[in-house]
Design a protein around this ligand. Structure first.
Ligand SMILES: Nc1ncnc2c1ncn2[C@@H]1O[C@H](COP(=O)(O)OP(=O)(O)O)[C@@H](O)[C@H]1O
Ligand SMILES: [Mg+2]
Length: 361
């Protein structure tokens, strides 16, 4: 019996196209003798469309963009979302779902919550870890609690900023000074993020960041190399080798990440054994601080003095075969297809364990 695997991809998000690339790569790498792959496409307008079982690997992204016409599944109500997942005929009840989604509505616990309600096993982090990993303020608070070193920061909700902008800017200048980074609290892919060197840039950066969120975080600029590590597992996770981002842009922005290929990756990063050991310890601490499961990519700044400052964890890191996370595992001896299988196994294990939990007295 094949495992019925739902591939959930696309999404109403800035990372729609990245998600399609990832899904295409997964259909190419996955063992179709072991898994029966069911595509579930979320269109750019947020409609969920269930496709027919794949016969094998796909060749083009276009094949994944299932036409919503002629299917019974359309608008974005809770019921129709469930409809797309748990099949009407019951024959096609999925064994596990692999959400290949990034950012809000994909990586933030919302889809995870839907899958919890449906009691379908799914790959990756649960509701809490996903939500905590998406909100840069909450994530920082959890990291602080776990004793992880971080940059100084301040945060504002829109009302505070609108109420007294001058006070907000003064607070940033007092607490952090320049240069600083202004970011929407709940996004990814560097969207809405600006580096500011003066008051004028700060004002513009606030306007920009508040377009994307009602909460904004401002951070002191860290000076150091950007190093990243993969964490894989549930209760007893393990770490990959370390990779380094070698940016040509001013910082690792959306364009550098996805469009112009201006960023190089060094894998493994040229770091000492001591730094590597320390980074593994810190990454697992971070994973546990958000109650992670499945996978995270933990991102750090490494200062000249050899100090590791955590920047963030990504609960659904870039997952094409050319993305950092799969490449880190490849160098650790885990090929892309094996990585996919491991993640599915971890999802099934976590779900199995959850079924043992008592729900009544
Ligand atoms: N406090 C900081 N100091 C120095 N560089 C930063 C800082 N915050 C962000 N950056 C730069 O901006 C990039 C994107 O910021 P990040 O917080 O990782 O957002 P995202 O969640 O969008 O990836 C980082 O990879 C880094 O290059
Ligand atoms: Mg980042």
């Amino acid at each position: 019996m094949k495992i019925k695997l739902g591939l959930l991809y696309g999404g109403k998000s800035a990372e729609h196209k990245v998600s399609l690339q990832t899904a295409l790569a997964v259909t190419k790498a996955i063992n179709h003798d072991k898994y029966e792959v069911h595509p579930i496409y979320i269109t750019e307008t947020g409609e969920w469309v269930r496709g027919t079982v794949l016969a094998g690997p796909l060749e083009t992204v276009a094949e994944l963009e299932i036409n919503e016409k002629g299917t019974a599944i359309s608008p974005v109500s809770l019921n129709t979302n469930m409809f797309a997942l748990s099949d009407i005929n019951n024959e096609e009840q999925l064994d596990v779902i692999f959400p290949l989604l990034h950012g809000p509505n994909g990586e933030d616990g919302t889809v995870q919550g839907l899958l919890e309600l449906l009691n379908i096993p799914y790959v990756g982090n649960g509701v809490l870890a996903s939500a905590a990993g998406m909100d840069k303020v909450v994530m920082k608070q959890l990291f602080a609690q776990a004793g992880l070193e971080q940059v100084q920061y301040v945060s504002f909700i829109r009302r505070e900023w609108e109420g007294n902008r001058e006070e907000a800017y003064a607070k940033v200048e007092d607490a952090l000074g320049y240069p600083c980074f202004v970011k929407p609290a709940n996004l990814g892919s560097s969207v809405g993020i600006s580096k500011c060197d003066n008051r004028q840039e700060l004002e513009k950066a606030f306007e920009e960041a508040f377009l994307f969120d009602r909460k904004v975080i401002v951070e002191e600029a860290a000076v150091g190399r950007e190093v990243e590590i993969g964490v894989l597992g549930n209760d007893n996770p393990s770490c990959s080798v370390v990779g380094e981002i070698l940016p040509k842009a001013a910082f690792y922005d959306y364009k550098a990440k996805y469009e112009d290929g201006s960023t190089g990756l060094a894998i493994p990063a040229d770091i000492s054994e001591d730094v590597y050991e320390e980074m593994k310890t810190l990454a697992i601490k971070a994973f546990k601080a958000i109650d992670g499961s499945g996978l995270v990519r933990a991102d750090f700044f490494l200062t000249k003095e050899g100090k590791l400052i955590i920047n963030e964890v990504n609960t659904m890191p870039g997952f094409t075969p050319f993305s950092m996370f799969p490449l880190l595992w490849k160098h650790a001896g885990v090929e892309y297809s094996a990585l996919i299988e491991t993640l599915v196994d971890l999802a099934l294990q976590r779900h199995e364990e959850k079924q043992q939990i008592k729900h009544t007295m």
